[in-house]
Design a protein. Structure first.
Length: 199
C-alpha cells in the first residue's frame, strides 16, 4: 500500500505479495523493488523466495495462487494459471527468508557493485538442511536481474547458525552495514583497494 506523508491518499499499490520485508527504489529508474518470502509446507526446495519489481501500480504477484512465477499452489491455484500474474525479477533460494534489501549507491566498493542489490537472508527454519544465513547479491544489467550469488557468509557453520542477517544499509562513506538479530550485532563491510605490487 502507499499513502502520502500525512496519511491521506491510502491505496493498494501491488497485490499477491506474501511477506515482503525489504524494499528500495532503483537509483536510475525509480521503480520499486522488493523481497518476498515464499509460502511454507510445500517441501524443502519449493517455492523460491522472490525478488520482485513493480514498475507500475496494480500488478499482482501471484500469492496465494502461484509461487515463484510457475508453481501453482496445490490448494488455491486451480483455475488460476501462473501466466496471469507478474513473475519474479529473480528467484531466490527456497526458504532463505530474504528480508532487508538495498541498492548499492555508495562509492567505496568497486564500480561493478554500483546500483546492484544486496539482500539479507535471515535463514530457513523449516527446511531439513538449513540455507540462507548470509548476505546475497543480485546483479543487474540495466533494469534486469541476471545473477544471484553469495556476497558475505559464515553465519551458518554446518547446520549450526550463530547469526541471522536481517537488514542492510549503505552508509554515507559507502560501507555496508548488516544487522544480525541472533548475535545482537551490526557488522560493517568496507573495501579498500589493494596496494599495487612492486615487481
Amino acid at each position: 500500500m502507499s499513502m502520502k506523508p500525512d496519511g491521506t491518499g491510502l491505496e493498494v499499490f501491488a497485490r499477491g505479495v506474501r511477506n515482503t520485508v525489504g524494499f528500495d527504489w532503483h537509483p536510475v529508474t525509480r521503480q520499486l523493488w522488493f523481497t518476498d518470502n515464499g509460502r511454507d509446507m510445500l517441501g524443502d526446495d519449493i517455492p523460491p523466495d522472490e525478488l520482485n519489481v513493480a514498475p507500475r501500480k496494480g500488478m499482482h504477484f501471484g500469492y496465494p495462487y502461484c509461487h515463484g512465477g510457475d508453481i501453482s499452489d496445490p490448494e488455491f491455484g486451480k483455475g488460476r494459471p501462473c501466466s496471469s500474474y507478474a513473475p519474479p525479477a529473480m528467484k531466490l533460494g527456497p526458504h532463505v527468508a530474504a528480508v532487508g534489501m538495498r541498492f548499492y549507491t555508495g562509492a567505496m566498493f568497486p564500480e561493478e557493485y554500483r546500483d546492484q542489490i544486496f539482500i539479507a537472508e535471515h535463514g530457513s527454519w523449516n527446511r531439513s538442511a538449513k540455507i540462507g544465513y548470509r548476505v546475497a547479491l543480485v546483479r543487474l544489467q540495466g533494469n534486469r536481474a541476471i545473477r544471484y550469488e553469495p556476497f558475505a557468509e559464515g553465519w551458518l557453520e554446518g547446520q549450526d547458525a550463530w547469526g541471522r542477517p536481517v537488514d542492510v544499509e549503505v552508509m554515507p562513506d559507502g560501507a555496508l552495514l548488516v544487522s544480525d538479530d541472533e548475535a545482537g550485532a551490526i557488522y560493517r563491510i568496507s573495501y579498500s583497494p589493494a596496494a599495487p605490487r612492486e615487481e
